[in-house]
Design a protein around this ligand. Structure first.
Ligand code: SF4
Ligand code: SF4
Length: 176
């Protein structure tokens, strides 16, 4: 990879609130299409760890969201939260996911295209990381009432570390 290309990759700002989102999204997706994840065996190991952490947290988080979210009057799932940022696209590539078809024409402040009557239609691993990382006050209260919150805090810390290690490794690896 040329230095200019790598600098572009480091600097790219993939923020759904910006007009440049669609253009940068397309560029980043084609950038990763050219890199075959199978050529990076170590990425697979880091990705597996991230996947394990996410899959072990998923049922715990679901057990709380299922008690709170169906009764929420101000559902937080907006289209802008469904659109992946740079790190999400890196993670999806490492996990070998095919990206869902994002509705880039949809108003970013309207409800998320993946939101259904039964909650999110995407498996947790295919959602942007922010969807898992966000806990509103009511949700956090539910956690504190029903289980020692340090259990979930420990799991979240492990998940965050696994994600950060994976992204850091990929950025270092593709720079060569
Ligand atoms: S996480 Fe909180 S704000 Fe979002 S839908 Fe659930 S209860 Fe509502
Ligand atoms: S959790 Fe699912 S429905 Fe909610 S914003 Fe994220 S992708 Fe959309």
């Amino acid at each position: 990879m040329s230095e200019a290309e790598f600098n572009w990759f480091l600097d790219i700002d993939l923020d759904p609130e910006l007009n440049s989102y669609q253009d940068n999204f397309n560029k980043l997706v084609s950038f990763f299409k050219r890199l075959k994840v199978s050529n990076y065996p170590e990425v697979k190991k880091f990705a597996q760890n991230y996947k394990l952490q996410m899959l072990s947290l998923d049922p715990i988080i679901e057990s709380f969201t299922s008690k709170v979210c169906p009764y929420c009057g101000t559902v937080c799932c907006r289209q802008k939260f469904a659109l992946p940022n740079r790190e999400d696209i890196i993670l999806f590539w490492a996990l070998g996911f095919k990206l869902p078809r994002y509705d880039l024409k949809r108003d970013i402040n309207s409800s998320c295209q993946f939101l259904s009557y039964t909650g999110c239609n995407l498996p947790r691993l295919c959602r942007p990381f922010r969807c898992t990382w966000y806990f509103c006050e009511a949700l956090w209260l539910q956690i504190e009432i029903n289980s020692p919150s340090y259990n979930i805090e420990k799991g979240l810390k492990r998940l965050r570390n696994a994600r950060d290690n994976l992204i850091e490794y990929i950025i270092k690896t593709i720079a060569v």
